[in-house]
Design a protein around this ligand. Structure first.
Ligand SMILES: Nc1ncnc2c1ncn2[C@@H]1O[C@H](COP(=O)(O)OP(=O)(O)OP(=O)(O)O)[C@@H](O)[C@H]1O
Ligand SMILES: [Mg+2]
Length: 298
């Protein structure tokens, strides 16, 4: 198998008007093989969407090298990048992002008509086939608001496949569906991955979704921690470690919020505020240490 995606030492820094910088990715190395179905997991803000956007050519890294489908897109010009995206990558989003004024068929046709590679009659035929493939052959002329969430996501998946991309990237594709709807979308993605031999990379917060992929990439704080293979019966000790890590991270998130709440005391009770900051800093250090220990044992 050759690689669909190769990332070398990817860093992404968002520079917020020169005052504050956010290091969203800090040295990510990752390879994804052709035909793999990979999930990316990790706490909110750890850089999952940033990573997907860089893979999909929606954003450039600050540093590092991005090779997708054998093409080095690292510092590709926006015009070329747009062509690369439309020909090679399909996108699926949490909230479907269908055009509300177009029917299911027109939504799926749209990327083909924009690409101008197929005559209009052919694009209609292909869109119909794709909607049949996602089992929506009987809903071709429905508007998005006449479809259930799961059905809208199936239209979005058909649209992602419109220009026959080699890679489909999906940012929380089941995030706004209930567990049954989410499982159905995952079964469809598994089916398409297997039958069409396309590479799928999806971000999820749901361990049940991750279990339905070949490999899980675990991220934390802008870095890749480890990758696991759920379908090959990985011992659950990793799951337990992940759960502990989630709990520690949740407390750290809570500490940050709590500290913001304390700020009302800065003026009236500066001493109390300072004491609180000291306490929080102490606890923060403990949590960081525990996280580091977990990583060593993983
Ligand atoms: N355009 C931007 N400008 C500035 N900072 C950004 C931008 N996009 C993302 N960030 C910051 O980069 C970090 C990573 O964000 P990202 O959206 O990749 O996280 P995520 O893992 O996808 O989170 P979630 O699970 O909540 O979707 C966050 O701290 C976020 O605030
Ligand atoms: Mg995100």
């Amino acid at each position: 198998m050759s690689s669909a995606i190769e990332l070398y030492d990817i860093t992404k820094v968002y520079d917020l008007s020169g005052t504050a910088k956010v290091e969203a990715l800090r040295g990510v190395d990752l390879k994804i093989e052709k035909g793999e179905l990979v999930s990316i997991m990790g706490p909110s803000g750890c850089g999952k969407s940033t990573l997907l956007n860089i893979i999909g050519g929606l954003d450039n890294p600050t540093k590092g090298r991005v090779i997708v489908d054998g093409i080095n897109i690292t510092s590709m010009h926006e015009v070329k990048l747009a062509t690369f995206r439309s020909e090679r990558v399909g996108f699926v989003f949490q909230f479907f992002n269908l055009v509300p004024t177009l029917t299911a068929l027109e939504n799926v046709k749209l990327p083909m008509d924009l690409g101008e590679k197929l005559p209009l009659e052919k694009s209609k035929e292909r869109a119909t086939k794709l909607l049949n493939l996602v089992r929506l052959g009987e809903r071709l002329h429905h508007m998005p608001n006449q479809l259930s969430g799961g059905q809208q996501q199936r239209v979005a998946i058909a649209r992602a496949l419109a220009n026959d991309p080699s890679i489909v990237i999906a940012d929380e594709p089941t995030g706004s569906l209930d567990s049954k709807g989410g499982a159905e979308i995952m079964q469809l993605i598994q089916h398409l991955n297997k039958t069409m031999n396309k590479t799928f990379i999806l971000v999820t917060h749901d361990p049940n979704v991750a279990k339905m992929t070949h490999r899980v990439v675990h991220m934390l704080d802008g870095q890749v921690l480890e990758t696991t293979q759920p379908s090959k019966g990985e011992p659950d000790v990793k799951g337990a470690l992940e759960a502990q890590r989630e709990i520690l991270l949740a407390e750290m998130e809570w500490l940050k919020k709590a500290l913001l709440l304390e700020e009302v005391r800065i003026e009236k009770e500066p001493q109390a505020y300072n004491d609180a900051v000291t306490e929080y800093a102490k606890r923060w250090k403990q949590l960081k240490r525990s996280l580091r220990d977990l990583r060593l044992e993983a």
